[in-house]
Design a protein around this ligand. Structure first.
Ligand code: PNS
Length: 167
């Protein structure tokens, strides 16, 4: 059984992520979506909320072959724990490439038996990035072309809650 791992912060899950999940699920028997907190980013959503959002959004995808799991360890250790032979990452353009190139190289040093495979989302979804979705929402822009209606509502509610707390 071929197991793929799609890791990321998913803060929040976008239509671009969902397109990669749809494409990735076709390449493997089981796709594990590994959700973690990237130490170089301060998340808008707590990890548990991100997990619940991803599970909700992916409920109709993959016919039970998609699993959403949190991890708090080295990616390559988690990939081994999952029995994954492939790590899937979305690649949007040159700015992603440098980051992904370096991460893949380091990960190869840690475990060269696990391949990283890059997928491109539909061209119409290429520019979507969680970071920009949050920035647009915080500044009052419309994010409904980048995320599902439920995720849009979650983002707006979380931003409003943060503002009410003064953070
Ligand atoms: O969605 P992101 O934030 O671009 O995903 C980055 C992620 C989570 C894949 C990366 O930060 C990661 O692999 N974190 C786990 C810790 C780890 O293995 N770090 C060493 C990477 S070479």
């Amino acid at each position: 059984m071929r197991i793929g791992l799609y890791p990321g912060s998913f803060d929040p899950i976008t239509l671009g992520h969902m397109d990669i999940i749809r494409r990735g699920a076709k390449l493997v028997d089981k796709l594990v979506i590994g959700v973690t907190t990237n130490p170089s980013k301060t998340p808008l959503f707590p990890l548990d909320t991100r997990l619940a959002m991803i599970r909700r959004e992916c409920a109709a995808l993959g016919n039970g072959t998609i699993e959403v799991v949190a991890f708090d360890s080295l990616l390559m250790h988690f990939a081994r724990e999952c029995g994954a032979s492939l790590i899937l990452r979305g690649l949007r353009g040159a700015s992603d490439f440098e980051y992904e190139y370096q991460m893949t190289g380091m990960n190869q040093y840690l475990d060269s038996s696990i391949e990283t495979v890059f997928l491109m989302a539909d061209v119409a979804l290429q520019p979507i990035a969680s970071r920009l979705v949050k920035e647009i929402a915080v500044l009052g822009g419309d994010i409904s072309r980048f995320v599902t209606p439920a995720v849009r509502d979650d983002v707006l509610a979380q931003i409003a809650a943060r503002k009410a707390q003064g953070s």
